[in-house]
Structures are given as structure tokens and as C-alpha cells.
Design a protein around this ligand. Structure first.
Ligand code: PMP
Length: 345
């Protein structure tokens, strides 16, 4: 087992001159329970350690820097985006640091914590009823229209703006590669925009094309069937926030996916429970689903003869963002999901 930190040796914590430089360079942690379950090493990239407490800080920074470089964003301008919440939080922080304003359009089904956080950060929050993508009232279309109508505004367009996946090609993938000292056999995660999956997959394969990249899809999303049999078809449903895609976004176009898994909420939630109870990690459901996918990929690599396989996945955001949902017995019961034992006391 690789020792990443020798507590006997004092280490100098990272020093940065700008809060924006706190985005990325997140730790990688060996996950004990998932590694035991898979029979090989499962590593989690701690994206909750970003300033906005999610993986989406990276996409936010790259999207804003790209708009500046293209000359699309003028000083004091406004960034408009439709988001399940985490991208909005990342954009609001980046915008504050660079002197821009943010307008965030969000489906009203997302957690209270994300809405309160966005308001606390100074974003203007617009909530719309949840609607299918084909409906003009969908949060993505609403945000595009608002950006078009607002003087001095840009639309971040995280789904089809590939500055999003470039964040992961240029930061997440090389970080994981260096952290594992170039010895990694598999990578998997779920897709919302697909930026993390496609970008990290592309970036890792540029280092070593033999790394197996797997999609981990929640129920209710269409990508599992797309990669398994070429047909965009969704089955079932999920309460996971931020993941579950029904189309091939520009960020997903050309994603180097070798294999795919479909994970039920119950299985993802069981890993959220275990990672909290056994390893002291407080995570959201997309992280639990990712870990379930990583265990499945690890088992498959071991079965293929790679007994010392190493798999990495993404711990997308902090569980503190879901106190009113995943960590709330009433909410869990209403969704027909098991309540964590310590919440039943
Ligand atoms: N998990 C959470 C909690 C998210 O908010 C997101 C972003 N939508 C993802 C996972 C998926 O990331 P991506 O958009 O890069 O596919």
C-alpha cells in the first residue's frame, strides 16, 4: 500500500497568492472499504476540498478564463448559467474574485443548501420548475435566453462549452497521474455535463492509452444504453443531484469510454453510509454512485487478471450540501430510501 503522507516528516502546507489558485490540486485518498470490496486499490479524488466544495470549481474557472481569453467577457460583466447548483457556486466564487456578477438559473428540485449557498455568495438566483430538456422552460434554455437578453452578459453553457472538459484534461487528469506516480489502470465517474468523465478520461489516456475508462451511470440517465448498445434510452429514476444525462453534450462527444456500469441509488447510498461511518468522509450521492462504479471496475480488472489494479474515481462534492436530503430521515423515507442507522436514534 502506498504511503502518501509520513506524519513524522513535517510537510509545508501549500501556499498560494490568489484564492483562485486554491482550485484544483486536491488530495487523492485511498478508500479502505471500497478497496477491500474490489480486491484492489480504489482511490478517491477529493473534489470536496475545492473552495466551492465541489468538482465544478474547475469547470467554472476554465469557462471564465476561456471567455476572458476570447474577449467575450468584459470587466464587470455578468456570467449567466443554468446549473444543478455546484457549477453556480463555483462560478459565483470565481466571479467574485475577478469582479463579475453571476445570475444562476436552477431547477427548484435541488437541495435547499445549494440555493442558500448561492444566495450567500452573492449570486442572483432564479428557480424554475423541473422540466424535460425538450421543454423551453428547462433551466438550461431559460439561462441561455436570459444571457441573450442581458447587456454585458455571457452564457457559461457548461454542457456544450468544452472549456469545461479542458479543465479536466489540463488539471484533474495530470494530477491523478502524478499522484499515482503513473501507475493507474482504471478511471470511472458519472456524467452530468460529462466534462469530468470525458476530460479526465482523455487526459489519462494521453498518458497511457491502456487505462480503462468507464462510465458509471445512475438510473434515469440515457448514457449507459448509449455506450452499451448505441441507443440513448433511459430506464428508472434517481434522486442523485448533478448527474444523469439524456443526450451527447459537446463535452461528452468523443469521450473515450471503454465500458459502463449502471448503479442504483440504494447501492450508491450504501457507499455514502459506509464512507461516512467507516472512513469519516461526508459525501453526496454522486460520490457514492462513483465509488460503486469504481468497485465494479476494480472487480472487473481483477477478474481480467490485473490483481494489483488501481482505480481512481471522483468524490464530487461535500455531504454538507445535502443535510436536508440525504442526511434527513424524513426526506429519505419520503423517497423510499433507507435511513442511516445513526439518524434513527
Ligand atoms: N456530482 C455533482 C454533485 C455535480 O454537481 C456534478 C456536476 N453537474 C457532477 C457530479 C458531474 O460532473 P460533470 O458535469 O463534470 O459531468
Amino acid at each position: 500500500m502506498t504511503e502518501t503522507l509520513d506524519l513524522a516528516q513535517p510537510q509545508t502546507p501549500i501556499v498560494q497568492r490568489s484564492a483562485l489558485d486554491l482550485i484544483g490540486n486536491t488530495p487523492l485518498v485511498l478508500l479502505r472499504g471500497p478497496s477491500d470490496a474490489a480486491g484492489c486499490e480504489i482511490w478517491g479524488k477529493c473534489e470536496f476540498a475545492n473552495p466551492g466544495a465541489s468538482v465544478k470549481d474547475r469547470a467554472a474557472l476554465w469557462i471564465v478564463r476561456d471567455a476572458e481569453a476570447r474577449g467575450a467577457l468584459e470587466p464587470g460583466g455578468t456570467i449567466v448559467e443554468g446549473t444543478a447548483g455546484n457549477t453556480g457556486i463555483g462560478l459565483a466564487l470565481v466571479a467574485n474574485a475577478l469582479g463579475y456578477k453571476t445570475v444562476i438559473v436552477m431547477p427548484e428540485t435541488q437541495s435547499r443548501e445549494k440555493m442558500d449557498t448561492l444566495r450567500a455568495l452573492g449570486a442572483e438566483l432564479v428557480t424554475v420548475p423541473a422540466a424535460p430538456f425538450s421543454n423551453p422552460g428547462h433551466f438550461v434554455h431559460t439561462s441561455r435566453r436570459m444571457a441573450e437578453e442581458m447587456p454585458g452578459a455571457i452564457w457559461a453553457d457548461q454542457f456544450d462549452n468544452i472549456a469545461n472538459r479542458r479543465a479536466h484534461i489540463e488539471s484533474t487528469a495530470p494530477e491523478i497521474w502524478r499522484q499515482l506516480e503513473g501507475r493507474i489502470d482504471g478511471f470511472t465517474c458519472a456524467a452530468g455535463t460529462g466534462g469530468t468523465l470525458a476530460g479526465t478520461g482523455m487526459g489519462l489516456k494521453a498518458f497511457d492509452e491502456n487505462i480503462t475508462v468507464a462510465l458509471t451511470d445512475p438510473h434515469g440517465a440515457a448514457l449507459y444504453n448509449y455506450f452499451a448498445c448505441g441507443e440513448l434510452r433511459a430506464e428508472g429514476s434517481s434522486v442523485a443531484e448533478g448527474i444523469g444525462q439524456g443526450r451527447i453534450t459537446a463535452n461528452l462527444d468523443g469521450a473515450p469510454v471503454d465500458t459502463q456500469y449502471r448503479i442504483a441509488d440504494e447501492e450508491g447510498l450504501e457507499w455514502v453510509r459506509r464512507l461516512m461511518a467507516e472512513e469519516g468522509l461526508c459525501l453526496g450521492l454522486s460520490s457514492g454512485i462513483n465509488v460503486a462504479g469504481a468497485v465494479a471496475l476494480g472487480r472487473e480488472l481483477v477478474a481480467r487478471g490485473k490483481r494489483d489494479a488501481r482505480v481512481a474515481t471522483i468524490l464530487c462534492d461535500t455531504g454538507f450540501r445535502y443535510l436536508s436530503t440525504l442526511y434527513n430521515p424524513e426526506w429519505l423515507k419520503a423517497k423510499g430510501l433507507p435511513v442511516f442507522p445513526w439518524l434513527q436514534r
